[in-house]
Design a protein around this ligand. Structure first.
Ligand SMILES: NC(=O)c1ccc[n+]([C@@H]2O[C@H](COP(=O)([O-])OP(=O)(O)OC[C@H]3O[C@@H](n4cnc5c(N)ncnc54)[C@H](OP(=O)(O)O)[C@@H]3O)[C@@H](O)[C@H]2O)c1
Length: 267
């Protein structure tokens, strides 16, 4: 019998993962989602024949061997405390702020507990999916919707989860750039599509840079006396990149990690 995948917490990230899975080349036979949020669950079941809405969170657990946990962290503890799990299940926690150790206690007696961070573009089968610890079942599921990337330690998992906090600031950069061009006189739809397409193309190039040496891209783009060199100088002078590093520091601390600026030798 083919495996049923279950989801507890039918919100934004569950919607994206389920959409990605159901539109993949080899979609799962059945996906069981928890009834809350009712509208999102209903939209998924209307759109995809594989999706069934369970009557309760417990029914998701009772009918599935692999269960994704995707509630907000502040209600995860109370929600999971009322549920009964089985030892041979696999739990894939998408809850960014709960450690593996805490999650293992919440889903006892389950042994196989994995943390994962898929991002909204999984709906279009794009982007990295962070995993810890290594787990072949999770990799084969997430292979359908993006690029699974397993890290060797939970510290690395938390630090790369920290990086995902730049999604909002990244979109804000696209938004502010578009607003600036529009205010200066460019037609809004043209400004918007040009800006988004430019950042998209630049990101695609960055994916292919050997060993992540992005500084070579900076150098190549900033020819002496050119527009990019001037813009880079202005952004640096105004602490643009320092602001990003400060944001990463603040999120790392919230994730329970020590940011580079607080490590000995960097004070
Ligand atoms: N969004 C992302 O890009 C992303 C990426 C990776 C990981 N995550 C993690 O995934 C989790 C969910 O994030 P999200 O953005 O999807 O949040 P969300 O859209 O708010 O989804 C959470 C869902 O949980 C439901 N819920 C509330 N109480 C529940 C209960 N007792 N039992 C079952 N479901 C319940 C909510 O229903 P109501 O709407 O009715 O309250 C809501 O639909 C978070 O822990 C976050 O850290 C998110």
């Amino acid at each position: 019998m083919s495996e049923q995948l279950g989801f507890i917490g039918t919100g934004n990230i569950t919607t994206a993962v389920v959409e990605g899975l159901c539109t993949a080349d080899f979609p799962p036979a059945t996906i069981v989602v928890s009834p809350r949020n009712a509208l999102k669950a209903s939209k998924l079941s209307q759109r995809f024949s594989q999706v069934r809405i369970a009557a309760s969170n417990q029914e998701v657990i009772d009918t599935c061997d692999t269960i994704f946990l995707a509630t907000l962290p502040q209600i995860a503890t109370s929600t999971l405390a009322d549920l009964q799990f089985r030892q041979n299940q696999t739990i894939i926690s998408l809850v960014a702020a709960i450690s593996l150790g805490e999650m293992r206690k919440l889903v006892e007696p389950v042994q196989n507990v994995i943390r994962a961070i898929p991002l909204p573009p999984v709906a279009q089968h794009l982007g990295p999916i962070l995993l810890y610890p290594e787990n072949q079942k999770a990799i084969s599921i997430f292979n359908k919707v993006g690029r699974p990337l397993t890290v060797a330690t939970e510290q690395q998992f938390n630090l790369l989860t920290t990086v995902t906090a730049l999604i909002g600031p990244f979109y804000a950069l696209i938004d502010e750039t578009t607003r600036w061009a529009t205010a200066a006189g460019v037609d809004q739809p043209i400004a918007a599509s040009y800006t988004a397409a430019m950042f998209h193309a630049l990101s695609v190039l960055a994916l292919d840079v050997p060993d992540g040496k992005f500084s070579t891209l900076v150098t190549e783009a900033s020819s002496p006396g050119g527009l990019n060199e001037q813009a880079l100088e202005v952004v640096r002078k105004h602490g643009g990149y320092d602001a990003f590093k400060k944001a990463l520091d603040a999120i790392a601390i919230r994730m329970g990690e020590v940011p580079p600026s607080a490590q000995s030798g960097n004070r």
